[in-house]
Structure formats: C-alpha cells, structure tokens
Design a binder for this molecule. Structure first.
Ligand code: PGA
Ligand code: ZN
Length: 447
C-alpha cells in the first residue's frame, strides 16, 4: 500500500507541439516520479474524454483545466492532508490515505463521476494513475524491506492479482512478463501525414529473432525503403509516427514499396510481414469508404478489396478495417478471413471492456488494440487486456500519434504479456525511446 504525499501537474508539449499533462508524484516513503500522457489524432468517438481548454491558446488544445483538476480536486482527495481533513486518518502524522493501484483508480473514477471521465478529464486521470503505478513500483516496502521493481514487473503482479480475483478472467492461468513483437510503422498516411494515403499505417513486422535482431531487420528494411523512395524522387520526410510520408500514389503502391524494401534488404516476406492500420473511421464519409477520389466503396466492396490485398501481399494483421460502428462489417469480415490475418479492433473497442463484450458476442475481432488513454486508468487497461486474452484475442499494445518521452506503454505491454507492440518507426525521439526501453527490458529479462 502506498500513500501519496504530493501530486502536482504541469502542462507540457507532446510530439506535435500540442499541450499534454505531466504529473510529478511523491509517495509517503519518498519515491519521486513523473509520468505524462499521449494523445491521438484519429481518436475514436467512444474513447474516454480528453479534457481540452477550448480557449484561444494552442487552437483550443490547452490542458490547463486538466492540470488544475489534478492540482486542486484530485490532489485534495488523494494526499495525506485531505485524508486528515476528512478525518480518515486520526494520527495527525504526515501520511494520509493508503492506496493500491485498484483502489486509487476506483477513487479517481468515483471522484470524476462521469462514464467517460469528462469532468476531470481522462488525460488528468490517466496521468495520475500512471504516475502512481510508477511510484508504487519504485517504492521499497518498509514492512517487508522488499525493494522496488521495474514497472513491467509491477504491471505483471497487478495482472496476476486481477486474474486471481476476477471470475471473468478465471480461464487465464498466471501470466509471465514477455517481450512483445515490435511492429514498425514505416509509411504514414491518414491523419498522421499529408501523403494522400487513405490507409493510416503501413507496418513492417520482423517475424523471427530476438528483440535486437528484429530491430536490426526493421532498420535494414527502413534504410532500403528510404533509398528506394529517394531514388524515385519521393519525399523521405517523416509523418507523426516517424514513418515516411511520400506522395506515393495509392495504397497498393505503398504496399508494393514495402515488399520491395523487404526483398531489397535481403529478406523474404516470410521473414518480414506487413501489418496495416486502416483507421477506416477517418475515410468513412456519408456511408461510403472513400479510399481515393476514384474509389468510394460500400462495406462489402471494401471487404472484397481487403481480401484481394490479403491474397496479394504478406499482410498478417488488419486494424480497424471498417468504421467504429460498422459492427456487422467487422463480424462478416472476421468470419471470412477466418484466421488468415488478425482482425484488430482499435476505434471499434477503445480499450473498453463494455465494447469488447459486444465484439465478443458478435465475433467481430480476433485481436484488441490496447491504448491506456482510451480508457483512462491503469486498472481498466489491465482489465481490457485480460478480457481480450480471455476471449482468445491477441493483445496488441499501442502508443499514440501524439507522444511524449514517457515509456510506460512498453512496460505495460511486457507486464501484461501483449503479443505485439506498435510504437512507430525508428525515427523521432518519442518513438525511438520506446524501442530503447524495449531493448533495455529485453536485456533484463534474459539476464
Ligand atoms: P492515433 O493513431 O493515436 O492518432 O489514434 C493510432 C492508431 O489509430 O492506432
Ligand atoms: Zn488504430
């Protein structure tokens, strides 16, 4: 159990130069940590609410209200001072209310009081929840003398506690920390670039080897892709997630460029496969999927187009192939694909067990994207991963397109045993720092 001596938020900038929330948290035993939260661009409409000021500064995207909510209401509710004020500890010592991760997250959810965390802001709540996780992991337990642990070990312990305590997860055995397979977003489209590509993410996923070897393979393919684009006179500037953003013509041209890069770097398409995030809500307009000026397709036509892609290209995973409420299209497609590729729900599921429950009933997906800021607390993120695992779905952890230097997502992916992790390309500090954290954990886990 952990007491919170101090929690203090600030407005910082994310990788797009837009405001986001950073929290400094100090525990009663003196652990001091910081945590910050990311922000999406192709945000699902069912995500927990990211509180923005709506004022002139930063085009309405300031987060001073979220910061004030932490420094005021949340700090008062969590720190020793307020617990004493409320008469909950009588001793008058400096320490206040004791929390574990679950009781902290439950307290934050109750304090907010809305279903989508819109009063205090999911950005405010997650920043505190993550900071608490990092602090509680670091803390040495005075009672037992047990030293602090890495955040991935802490996340793993929480997951196993939930498995033991929650009947919904009873079918799951205890899980061990494991290294996710990295998925590198090397061509950026959709709302992450002005490449003109309707599909948002084209990812390379080396299929074999250690984490280091997979990163080396990705680096070689990325270098080849860069050379090939440059030789064609196309831009090698990068988009929001560090992938190239060339005006390459069509989604098929992008896939051809990926295959050429894999082969050109000396690998086969068995050794390096492709994952796509269509983020189809972003090109769904007036009942049609607008792939290009020439192609406006129905759900059924789009499904056929994807099936053609699956036949022609080494694609093993398709995320958000349809819009966030097109449940039937997902379900029909998942049935047709029948395990030939993962059907991943991101905007469809929003890391929300209630939406995952609907997907389970409809057999709409075979994999769940996991983004802590879609739901807003560490505990609910753990529930989402465990729920997904209990359905037999593949858990796929993810950064956001607007990121900070915080690497918590990597530890969470490892601790909860997520099969895949996407953290962008091998470019831009806020992406590379995630892969460096993964390398660090890989060293620790084999040591
Ligand atoms: P976002 O994109 O962070 O802009 O939502 C990531 C994704 O769609 O997976
Ligand atoms: Zn997505």
């Amino acid at each position: 159990m952990t007491t919170i001596a101090k929690v203090e938020a600030r407005e910082i900038l994310d990788s797009r130069g837009l405001p986001t929330v950073e929290v400094a948290l100090e525990t009663g035993k003196g652990a001091k940590v910081i945590a910050s939260v990311p922000s999406g661009a192709s945000t699902g409409k069912n995500e927990a609410h990211e509180l923005r000021d709506g004022e002139k500064r930063f085009g309405g995207k300031g987060v001073r209200r979220a910061v004030e909510n932490i420094n005021g209401e949340i700090a008062r509710a969590l720190t020793g001072a307020s617990a004493k004020d409320a008469g909950e500890v009588g001793s008058g010592d400096a320490e206040g209310k004791e929390f574990d991760q679950r009781s902290l997250d439950v307290a934050l959810i109750a304090l907010d009081g809305t279903p989508d965390k819109s009063r205090l802001g999911a950005n405010a709540i997650l920043a505190v929840s993550l900071a608490f996780a990092r602090a509680a992991a670091t803390e040495t337990d005075a009672g037992t003398g047990k030293l602090g642990v890495p955040l991935y070990s802490y996340s793993n312990t929480l997951a196993n506690q939930s498995i033991a305590a929650d009947a919904r997860f009873a079918s799951l055995g205890q899980i061990a920390p494991s290294l996710p397979t990295p998925s590198f977003n090397v061509l950026n489209g959709g709302k992450h670039a002005d490449s003109g590509l309707s599909i948002q993410e084209f990812m390379l996923v080396p299929q074999r080897g250690t984490t280091t070897e997979r990163i080396e393979v990705a680096a070689a393919c990325i270098a080849k892709l860069r050379d090939n684009l440059h030789a064609r006179g196309l831009s090698i500037g990068v988009g929001d997630e560090g992938g190239f953003a060339p005006k390459i013509g069509s989604n098929e041209d992008a896939l051809d460029a990926l295959v050429a890069a894999i082969i050109g770097a000396g690998y086969t398409t068995d050794e390096v496969k492709i994952a796509i995030d269509a983020a189809a809500s972003s090109f769904f307009q007036e009942g049609k999927y607008v792939l290009s000026a020439q192609q406006a397709l129905s759900s059924a036509e789009l499904a056929r187009w994807y099936e053609g892609l699956l036949t022609k290209y080494p694609i093993f995973s398709l995320e958000d192939p349809f819009a966030e409420d097109d449940w039937d299209a997902f379900a029909e497609f998942a049935k047709k694909v029948d395990g030939r590729a993962l059907v991943v729900g991101d905007d469809l599921l929003t890391t929300n067990v209630a939406r995952m429950q609907i997907a389970a009933e409809k057999h709409a997906v075979t994999s769940a994207l996991i983004k802590p800021n879609q739901i807003g607390t560490v505990s609910e993120t753990i529930d989402a991963v465990l729920f997904a695992r209990a359905q037999g779905w593949v858990p796929f952890a993810s950064h956001r397109s607007g990121e900070t230097g915080d690497t918590a997502i990597v530890d969470i992916a490892v601790g909860l045993g997520c099969t895949y992790l996407k953290a962008g390309s091998l470019a831009r500090g806020e992406r590379v720092v995630k892969y460096n954290r993964l390398l660090e954990i890989a060293d620790e886990l084999v040591a």
